[in-house]
Design a protein around this ligand. Structure first.
Ligand SMILES: Cc1cc2nc3c(=O)[nH]c(=O)nc-3n(C[C@H](O)[C@H](O)[C@H](O)COP(=O)(O)OP(=O)(O)OC[C@H]3O[C@@H](n4cnc5c(N)ncnc54)[C@H](O)[C@@H]3O)c2cc1C
Length: 451
């Protein structure tokens, strides 16, 4: 008789939990995973995938505007939100099925129910106790709305994906990447869009040139950006909502979307009973191998609040399987993790920002370019692309690349490989560009703008 029912019991079949479970099973472990809501987790259902589909939808609006310069004329334009949401939902259902099959093919037992932690080797599902040598907490995160009068009228990204109709006016609150992405989506689909952020400039933590360039580009597109602004009260106003700001001004909208933060989904999971230490925001405290303060309980993904990104949760899941079931203790790597903001226009970034490089004591050179994309020479659109390289003077290594412009998210992926290989500015310069492209500018920047 085995000592435990399973070698690994994973709570949460999202990006991290599914990968850790599948790879562990492929290494010979007996694995079960519990999922209470939707297969594939946030990314598939209310995150990256549906978000990117809505971003695609929103870009068509601009494309219609731009095509006249290229000789095209189109007839009447109409946008059908209900059809977009229906098609998006069908695609998500298909992806849910793929996740189900991936788990089944890997031999992982799927239990579609809420799981609680009872002790260091036991979980409970519907009152039934199941034991496991290791428990993996991969429960993800959940959006939060601050408490203030009328906050119950606000929605979060979760609801935004299922709105019954496209609002005529929307207020997006928050200065993180999810906020700017939704502002771009709504504006692109024709909604009058205001984005509020309580700080001086949104996208804190990103390079300042990304932050400034994106703010200019969003304003050019007609998004009303109001920084140092905060809502103190929301009231119902006929069919819509009335928001009172801290400075006393009033804004009206049909929807108010809060994208101000996400907390780990750890409360009421029983982790504290098992002796697992949590941070104030509920994040599970883990070591470099994703082990919690209890030897048999591990945690990965958003619920550890390390880097809330799908590929990071997946990398943590892969590393954990190697550590637990392949005798290869593996630490996930967090350097040069590239990220994209699927704003309009896109942003892409990898490595150190200028401010980070300086604060870490690097003597640096800055190369920066800003130009009108070739495509817009005929459309007449007033849009500029910005690219920036942060270079270490002593080693000539490129420490950071930052870009705002079409396809930035695609372009930066390749640069992340170069940075991980320790590429120098001289190696960038000796690389032949692809002409005509925006990306060629990355290998033709010769003039330092700051040192
Ligand atoms: C709007 C939005 C856009 C995003 N866009 C991007 C993007 O473009 N790129 C990117 O890399 N990342 C993006 N992210 C972040 C990304 O979705 C997350 O980082 C990723 O999904 C985290 O994976 P996870 O496995 O930690 O958690 P999740 O994917 O959230 O999975 C956790 C799962 O656990 C389940 N669960 C929770 N508690 C229990 C329980 N007690 N019992 C059973 N099941 C439970 C949940 O139902 C859920 O399915 C976005 C997020 C949001 C919200």
């Amino acid at each position: 008789m085995a000592q435990y029912d399973y070698d690994l019991f994973t709570i949460g079949a999202g990006s991290g939990g599914v990968r850790a479970s599948r790879v562990s099973a492929s290494l010979g472990a007996k694995v079960a995973v519990a999922e209470e809501r939707y297969l594939g987790g946030t990314c598939v259902n209310v995150g990256c995938i549906p978000k990117k589909l809505l971003v695609y939808a929103s870009h068509y609006g601009e494309d219609f505007d731009d095509l006249a310069g290229y000789g095209w004329t189109v007839g009447e334009r109409r946008f059908d939100w209900a059809r977009l949401i229906e098609n998006k939902n069908k695609e998500i259902l298909r992806l849910n099925g793929i996740y189900r099959k991936l788990l089944a093919d890997a031999g992982v037992t799927l239990i579609e129910a809420h799981a609680d932690v009872v002790d260091e080797h036991t979980v409970a599902i519907d009152g039934k106790r199941i034991s496991a040598k290791y428990i993996l907490v991969a429960v993800g995160s959940w959006p939060t709305v601050p408490k203030f009068p009328g906050c119950e009228h606000a929605i979060t990204s979760n609801e935004a994906f299922y709105l019954p109709s496209l609002p005529e006016r929307v207020i997006v609150v928050g200065g993180g990447y999810i906020g700017v992405e939704f502002a771009g989506i709504f504006k692109g689909l024709g909604t009058q869009t205001t984005e509020l952020y309580r700080g001086e400039l949104f996208l804190r933590g990103f390079d300042d040139d990304i932050r400034k360039t994106l703010a200019e580009e969003m304003r050019k597109r007609g998004v009303e950006l109001r920084f140092k602004s905060e809502i103190v009260k929301i009231e119902k106003n006929g069919g819509g909502l009335k928001a009172t700001l801290a400075d006393g001004s009033v804004l009206e909208a049909e929807q108010i979307l809060y994208a101000t933060g996400r907390d780990s989904k750890t409360p009421h999971l029983g982790l504290e009973n098992a002796g697992v230490k949590l941070k104030d925001n509920g994040a599970v405290v883990v070591d470099e191998y994703s082990k919690s303060t209890v030897d048999s309980i591990y945690a990965i993904g958003d619920c550890t609040d390390r880097m809330m990104l799908t590929p990071v949760a997946i990398a943590e899941g892969m590393a954990l399987a190697q550590t637990l079931f392949n005798n290869k203790p593996t630490k996930p790597r967090y350097t040069n993790v590239p990220t994209a903001i699927f704003s309009t226009p896109n942003c892409g970034t990898v490595g150190l920002t200028e401010a980070e490089a300086r604060s870490r004591g690097h003597q640096i050179d800055i190369y920066r370019t800003s130009f009108k994309p070739l495509r817009h020479t005929l459309t007449g659109r007033d849009e500029r692309t910005m690219m920036k390289l942060v270079v270490d003077q002593a080693s000539d290594k490129v420490l950071g690349c930052h870009m705002v412009g079409p396809d930035a998210g695609e372009i930066i992926q390749g640069l992340a490989i170069a940075l991980n290989c320790g590429a120098t500015k001289a190696q960038f310069d000796m690389t032949i560009g692809i002409h005509p492209s925006a990306a060629e500018e990355l290998v033709t920047m010769r003039t330092k703008v700051a040192g």
